[in-house]
Ligand binder design. Structure first.
Ligand SMILES: NC(=O)c1ccc[n+]([C@@H]2O[C@H](COP(=O)([O-])OP(=O)(O)OC[C@H]3O[C@@H](n4cnc5c(N)ncnc54)[C@H](OP(=O)(O)O)[C@@H]3O)[C@@H](O)[C@H]2O)c1
Length: 219
C-alpha cells in the first residue's frame, strides 16, 4: 500500500502522529533534520532548503500519503522581519511542502493517495507580529486548494487541517513571546489531534474531509 511520509515528525504534533500512525498499522517514513530521534525509517533533509529535497528523496518507494506537519513560527513585526525570516518561513512552511508533493506525485498518483497539510488555527488572519507565519499558512491553504483541483483526475485527496491551540513546546514559546498565558491542560492534546489526522487518512473510499478545523473542547 505504501508509506505515509511525515514531515515535522520530531515535533510535538508530529511525534504523536507517528505513534498513532504506527499503532494504526501504517508504515511511516519521516522526513526531517534529525530523524535518528525517531523509531521509524527516516530521510534526512532540511526543509528550509527545498532545492535539496530532490536528492534527499531520490530513492522514494511507494507512498500512500504525505502529511506535512513541519512548521516554524517566528514572531516579528513587519518592521523587524529580515529577508531571511521570510525566506526561511516560506521555505519550511510551504515551499518544501510543494516540492515534496511534486517529488512524491508519481507515487501518490499510483496509490491514489492523500496529501494532508497541517495549517494554522481556524480563522487565523491579520495577526500583528506574525505576518511571515500567517502569510505562509495562507499560501499553504492555497497550495492545497490548487492541488486538490489539479490532482482530482488522478484520484488524489487533499486535506487541510486547522488545529487550534495544541499543547506543544512551540505553542508554549509562542504564547510566552506574545505575553499570553499558556495552560497545556486547556489545549488539544497532541495525541488527540493525531487521532483525528489518522481518521482523515482512513476516510471511506467514496468521501473524505477536505478541511478539518479542530478546537479545544470548552472546559
Ligand atoms: N501547537 C499548536 O498549537 C499548533 C496550532 C496550529 C498549527 N500548528 C502547526 O502544527 C505543526 C507542528 O507544530 P508543533 O506545535 O508540533 O511544533 P514543533 O514541536 O515546533 O515541531 C515543528 C517540527 O517542524 C520541524 N522543522 C522545523 N524546521 C525544520 C527544517 N528546517 N527542516 C525540517 N524540519 C523542520 C521540526 O524539526 P526539528 O526537530 O528538527 O526542529 C519539528 O519536527 C506546525 O506546522 C504548526 O504551525 C501548531
Amino acid at each position: 500500500m505504501g508509506d505515509v511520509l511525515v514531515t515535522g515528525a520530531t515535533g510535538g504534533i508530529g511525534t504523536a502522529l507517528v505513534d498513532a500512525l504506527v499503532a494504526a498499522g501504517h508504515r511511516v517514513t519521516a522526513v526531517g533534520r534529525d530523524v535518528a530521534r525517531l523509531n521509524v525509517p527516516g530521510i534526512e533533509a532540511d526543509l528550509a532548503e527545498p532545492g535539496t529535497l530532490a536528492a534527499a528523496v531520490e530513492k522514494l518507494g511507494e507512498v500512500r500519503a504525505l502529511v506535512h506537519c513541519a512548521g516554524i513560527s517566528p514572531i516579528e513585526a513587519v518592521a523587524d522581519a529580515s529577508p531571511e525570516t521570510w525566506r526561511r518561513t516560506l521555505a519550511v512552511n510551504v515551499a518544501s511542502a510543494a516540492e515534496l508533493v511534486r517529488l512524491a506525485l508519481p507515487a501518490l498518483r499510483r496509490s491514489r493517495g492523500h496529501v494532508i497539510f497541517v495549517n494554522a488555527a481556524p480563522g487565523m488572519t491579520g495577526v500583528p507580529r506574525w505576518s511571515a507565519f500567517v502569510a505562509s499558512k495562507a499560501a499553504l491553504r492555497e497550495l492545497a486548494e490548487s492541488l486538490r483541483e489539479e490532482e482530482a483526475v488522478h484520484g488524489i485527496r487533499v486535506t487541510t487541517v486547522y488545529p487550534g491551540a495544541t499543547a506543544t513546546d512551540l505553542l508554549g514559546e509562542v504564547r510566552s513571546t506574545f505575553g499570553r498565558p499558556y495552560d497545556p491542560e486547556a489545549c488539544i492534546q497532541p495525541h488527540s489531534l493525531a487521532a483525528m489526522i489518522v481518521w482523515v487518512l482512513n476516510a471511506p473510499a467514496d468521501s473524505y474531509p477536505c478541511e478539518l478545523s479542530v478546537l479545544p473542547s470548552p472546559r
